[in-house]
Design a protein around this ligand. Structure first.
Ligand SMILES: C[S@@+](CC[C@H](N)C(=O)[O-])C[C@H]1O[C@@H](n2cnc3c(N)ncnc32)[C@H](O)[C@@H]1O
Length: 237
């Protein structure tokens, strides 16, 4: 087990969101995911386009519920139901605590691989699907597309890989430079990358777009990109 920063230890190929990670997750994610606060804000703004009174929204892989709470607070006047889903018990416990003052929020402990979605107008997956096994990912996206009401949207944020290995290395090196500016040292950066091997398996941007089209999404547009970090907005007709 090596130190990946923020008091978190992980072995190569064995990254997990369990085992106490929830405790330091908020500071770890904010310093590890580029533009974390800004992409939350972007999602909030885009949610205005899809949520109406009594809409339902899902926040998949809600972790400690930060975005879930922000979405519920933004749409408090519309009586929007926000369902946060995570499979890690400690994340769920923290999310429930954070969101306790919002009766419009339900936090569900479940695996997305088997979750039955209720009809919704918006589904957000902010750096979550990348942790689902590649062979299971398309089926989850199909269930999301089927659950969305006409005109509904999926906001899919994912770390992506470049099919050109040289470019992929270049973008990854720049990402690691950015992590240095966030206070991580070389051994923490290397340990985190090694712990994610085989756990976070990124698709290419094209693979994600094709997966969305195959699942039944009619329109797809890129709403965010920084190095290998991307956000797609996908809409069902
Ligand atoms: C990188 S974090 C997501 C960050 C969060 N969306 C945010 O904006 O703060 C990924 C989360 O997805 C959850 N997760 C991963 N695979 C999952 C699955 N199959 N079912 C449910 N939750 C999952 C993890 O437990 C973790 O909390």
């Amino acid at each position: 087990m090596a130190n990946v920063g923020d008091g978190i230890r992980a072995a190569p190929g064995a990254w997990s969101f369990g085992g106490g990670v929830a405790e330091s997750f908020d500071s770890h994610v904010a310093r590890s995911v580029p533009f974390y606060g800004q992409t939350h804000e972007l999602i909030e703004r885009l949610s205005d386009e899809f949520l109406a009174p009594e809409s339902r929204a899902y926040d998949l892989g809600c972790s400690t519920g930060l975005l879930t709470q922000r979405l519920a607070a933004r749409h408090a006047g519309l009586a929007v139901e926000v369902v946060g889903v995570d499979r890690e018990a400690q994340m769920v416990e923290r999310a429930r605590r954070r969101c306790a003052e919002f009766p419009s929020i339900t936090i569900v402990e479940a695996d997305l691989a088997t979750l039955e979605f209720r009809p919704a107008d918006l589904v957000v997956a902010h750096y979550t699907l990348q942790f689902i096994a590649p062979h299971s990912r398309p089926e989850v996206v199909e269930r999301v597309a089927s659950a969305l009401n006409p005109g509904g949207a999926l906001l899919l944020f994912e770390k992506v890989q470049n099919s050109d290995a040289t470019l992929d290395r270049l973008l990854t090196a720049q990402y690691h430079n950015w992590k240095r500016t966030q206070g991580y040292n070389d051994s923490e950066i290397a340990a985190k990358a090694s712990s994610l091997a085989g756990v976070l398996e990124p698709f290419t941007s094209d693979m994600n777009e094709n997966m969305l089209s195959a699942a039944g999404f009619d329109r797809v547009v890129r709403v965010f990109r920084w190095l290998n970090w991307e956000g797609l907005l996908a809409i069902v007709a």
